[in-house]
Design a protein. Structure first.
Length: 726
């Protein structure tokens, strides 16, 4: 029986290539908490968060008089002190406020902030805070929203068969290597954050509305440290830091305790049923219901539930789909979506039922899937074709389960899964801008209107520009600029998606290419100039001038700069992926081994291969955690790419695109890469286990009773034991 607490971490430790993760595990990496203890600015204040001890309670007042008189305490902050006490995240109805005004819904909900010269003083003052609590009566789960998805129509048929199953997918918790922590420097009515992940534009705008500040007054240091998980915990932290620092006019620091970092995902449960025609195997109907546990505040649960229902059919051509969903509110911490779990929670069930239908039709499961794919799913057809090509040399031979015990042969299973991700609505992005400039050093700088870019995104944008400008990606530096630094006015409530930035980068690079040609024509006195390998070339005489010489010689730097504003763009391209997993059981001990996972993905031309491979590693790790971890919620980890089988193969389609320097492709990259990869990897593992065990898995994580043999054979034809010489 596999356990993520022992061999899996060790096995993957030395094969993964992420140096950052190795440094964290070895204790070599720096975190914000290291700075909190050693390298903080002088005279910084410490913030202690006071939290509710009850799951649902009212309070009439918070008496802070004794706490504020405690030595070292600067201020105690409650809801009425916040300039604009709005919702955390700003989504949903009746959402969680930054600090509640008279009612809390879950144990651990923040109710006050104590700001002091030392953390010890803040903790001591918390004991002096007096709150009159009145606990709520216990409430059963409430249905706060319902979602219906219906597509197609019922097809009359002479005969039909049905397969169905109930299922349950738990709420998973993140197991942090480091809790959220950081500090903010207050200087001249400005706030500069030092936190584990970049401050997004949406978060800056939200903080500006909380404090009534111009957005330019809020900035962040770029640091790849700490939890980097984002979401509600990071929103809490930056809000508490900003409010404390702004009200006290001092720099402040804060570290959220691990036990209060409730980053649980939505829990899913329900029932699915497939009706099919027994002669042809045509898929007639997909019916079912799905409930989602949103915790105390539903937030964006309904939108993720709708997405899960829309993708329940996976890539398959059902004549009629009718699904019903419910959002449940329960008296526990607010939950959220962790990278497409809705797709994952529904895909593994649909794929198991598709497997059952294929077996009833006595058809190979992959061939049945190819036959049942939607005719308009072009990307999925490409993935299926590649999967068929990859799998042909590796047909499995079923194990003989009646074989004598002394001739032990592992019981093997193979499972397929497919999914396609498409947004349910167009992306509401107004505009974004990219500018590229050739510097006198011969290198380039790319400035974007989105400053929340990670290293993978920056590298991919450099790849695009390098292809257009015919040079090496290492010649480019990518920086995110605040939107207010661009000249053109625009609304600021938008958050650009990365593939749109890639499209704008191509156009900006194309504009700069023409400017460089124009300058080169003047300097070389030729009309036949082209770009090659970091230089401009006179094609007629084969004369070269390097970019550095060109930039140094040109007397007009504005001629070596180009910008592009992208607006009114189309919905992004869908991402389609498939996975095949192989597992084996030991027939005596029940020990399960994941032998290999292969993933085929159509993710568009801009996604770098190393980035895709990292996504595949993470998807496998996450799937194994969901399958094999403890059923106790607190012990449900979301692991890193240090986990997983020894063989994980990524096969990307449409990568690399050899050239897109003459005209841009129709799309750069796809939405939902993480979502589909995790959904297909988990579903392929589940269908492989079903294939080996010949049982439907109704609940994740798997119970040990499902893995281990229930009974040993009653009679075994063994050779009688004889003593030597007898």
């Amino acid at each position: 029986f596999m356990s993520l607490n022992d061999s899996a971490y060790i096995r993957r430790f030395f094969s993964v290539y992420s140096q950052e993760e190795k440094d964290k595990v070895r204790g070599h990496a720096f975190y914000p908490s290291d700075y909190l203890s050693a390298l903080l600015p002088e005279d910084i204040l410490h913030v202690q968060v006071v939290r509710s001890p009850h799951n649902g309670a009212e309070f009439s007042k918070i008496d802070r008089s004794r706490a504020e008189k405690h030595p070292g305490v600067v201020r105690v902050v409650t809801a009425k002190d916040i300039p604009n006490n709005i919702q955390i995240g700003g989504m949903g109805r009746d959402g969680q406020l930054i600090l509640p005004e008279k009612h809390v819904r879950f144990k651990g909900e923040p109710v006050a902030l104590i700001i002091a010269e030392t953390l010890a003083a803040a903790k001591d003052a918390e004991k002096l805070l007096q709150i009159d609590w009145k606990k709520d009566s216990e409430q059963p789960p409430q249905v706060v929203e319902e979602v219906h998805v219906e597509l197609g129509r019922v097809v009359p048929t002479a005969s039909e068969e049905r397969v169905s199953t109930e299922f349950k997918f738990p709420s998973l918790h993140a197991r942090y290597l480091e809790p959220e922590s950081g500090w903010v420097v207050y200087s001249g009515k400005t706030l500069n954050f030092h936190i584990g992940s970049l401050l997004s534009e949406a978060q800056r705008l939200w903080l500006a509305s909380v404090l009534g500040l111009p957005v330019e007054a809020i900035s962040a240091q770029e640091a790849y440290l700490g939890g980097q998980f984002g979401g509600r915990q990071q929103r809490e932290m930056i809000a508490f830091l900003a409010i404390s620092s702004w009200l006290c006019e001092r720099s402040c620091c804060l570290s959220l305790e691990y036990q209060n970092q409730d980053i649980g995902s939505f829990g899913y449960s329900g029932r699915l049923e497939i009706a099919f025609e027994p002669r042809s195997g045509r898929l007639l109907e997909l019916l079912g219901e799905l409930s989602i546990d949103s915790g105390s505040y539903e937030g964006n649960a309904a939108s993720y539930l709708k997405r899960a229902l829309e993708h329940a059919a996976c890539i398959y051509d059902f004549a009629h789909v009718q699904l019903h969903g419910k959002v449940l509110r329960t008296p526990s911490y607010p939950r959220r979506a962790l990278k497409g779990e809705g797709l994952t929670a529904i895909t593994w069930v649909t794929e198991q039922l598709i497997d059952q239908v294929a077996k009833k039709m006595e058809e190979p499961t992959l061939e049945f899937r190819i036959k049942s794919c939607r005719s308009n799913a072009d990307a999925s057809q490409r993935v299926l074709t590649e999967m068929d090509r990859v799998e042909k040399p590796f047909r499995l031979i079923s194990a003989d389960r009646t074989r004598p015990l002394w001739d032990v042969k592992e019981i093997t299973g193979r499972g397929f899964a497919f999914q396609v991700f498409q947004s349910s609505k167009s992306q509401s992005i107004d505009s974004l801008e990219v500018s590229i400039e050739l510097l006198v050093s011969g290198s380039f700088i790319i400035r974007t209107s989105n400053h929340t870019l990670d290293l993978h995104m920056k590298g991919a944008l450099a790849d695009v520009a390098a292809s257009v400008l015919r040079t090496h990606p290492k010649a480019f530096t990518v920086v995110g600029e605040m939107r207010d630094k661009f000249d053109k006015a625009r609304r600021r409530e938008t958050y650009p998606e990365f593939y749109y930035l890639a499209q704008a980068t191509w156009h900006a690079a194309s504009g700069l290419r023409e400017r460089i040609r124009s300058v080169a024509e003047s300097l070389l006195r030729s009309k036949e100039v082209d770009l090659r390998e970091g230089a401009v070339v006179d094609l007629a005489t084969n004369r070269k001038m390097g970019f550095r010489e060109l930039a140094f010689t040109s007397g007009a730097p504005q001629d070596l700069r180009a910008s592009y504003l992208l607006a009114d763009f189309d919905r992004p391209h869908a991402c389609s992926a498939g996975a095949v997993s192989r597992v084996s059981f030991h027939p005596l001990t029940g020990e399960l081994n994941v032998d290999s996972v292969k993933v085929v993905v159509d993710a568009g031309p801009v996604v770098r291969r190393t980035g895709l491979e990292t996504e595949a590693e993470n998807a496998v790790s996450w799937a194994l955690a969901a399958l094999f971890s403890s059923s106790l919620e607190r012990d449900q980890p979301i692991p890193t790419s240090l986990d997983g089988p020894d063989e994980v193969t990524m096969i990307p389609l449409e990568y690399p695109l050899q050239t897109y320097s003459d005209k841009p492709p129709d799309y750069f990259g796809s939405r939902g890469v993480s979502d589909v990869l995790m959904s297909v990897v988990l579903a392929s593992l589940v269908t492989a286990i079903q294939d080996a065990k010949d049982q439907t898995l109704k609940e994740i994580p798997m119970l040990s009773e499902f893995i281990y043999p229930k009974t040993l054979p009653q009679r075994v034809n063994m050779i009688p034991f004889r003593r030597p010489g007898s």
